[in-house]
Write a protein of this length. Sequence first.
Length: 251
Amino acid sequence: MFDLNDKVAVVTGARRGIGKGIAEKLAEAGAKIVISDIDQEECDSAAAEIAERFSREAIGIKCDVSSKEEVDSLIQKTVERFGKLDILVNNAGIFFQKPLMDYTEEDWDKVLQVNLKGVYLCSQAAAREMIKNSYGKIVSVSSIAGIIGYPDAAAYCASKAGIINLTREMAIELAKHKINVNSVAPGLIETPMTQHIIEDQEQFQKTLAGIPWNRQGHPSDIANAVHYLVSDEADYVTGQTIVVDGGWTIQ
Ligand code: NAP
């Protein structure tokens, strides 16, 4: 089930956290993996670890997703190495909290450029290759902060809501090329990004009280949903966002 043998997958922001968990899951299912992130050495070491652990081809390619030049080069190098691109996972993202009244224009631009423009740039470049083969799976990691408000995170909430509707729009345009476009919206997942929330026991316990499953999620929880969406079993699913949050947003 959900076999990815011979598929070629690029995962952005994959040197650690959710992205690394996704890359591991796709490699386990048979895919050849491109680990992309902003530091070449870290990409190389994550790729080497995955290649050894799952006996798959895995390479690292540095790419700042907010740079069109670097994104184009990421896709070009992937195709040079593997001959095609089947799967793109837009995972790279940044999060920080600041009250709205303290927000600067630079803060706003930085978050939107990485979190939303990055998804547009990577998806467009990847789709150009996928169209050639009339096959493709694009999954973007949004957030429940794109569905409900989250305090002191104006640009983050806006960027993640933008991903959810960009997903619908791209799904419509790319359907004729047999390309599926979907999104996964995580709740609280334990990664370096959320370490400060989990270490603050008072805030953490308060958050857990609002989550019916009464636990934080792990990168594997998100990777399992992505694995389904990039598989052929999900061919008829497009433009959707699967919420993976232990029930946080249902009450
Ligand atoms: P993480 O541990 O911080 O990993 C994100 C990775 O993306 C980091 O390696 C980061 O590098 C990299 N990155 C940052 N800017 C980049 C850029 N411009 N180009 C390429 N890579 C870049 O975060 P995570 O928790 O795994 O989050 C992964 C995704 O899930 C993000 O989109 C996040 O918004 C989303 N998400 C996470 C949670 C959660 O609870 N963890 C919840 C909802 C959504 P640096 O560390 O060097 O910046």
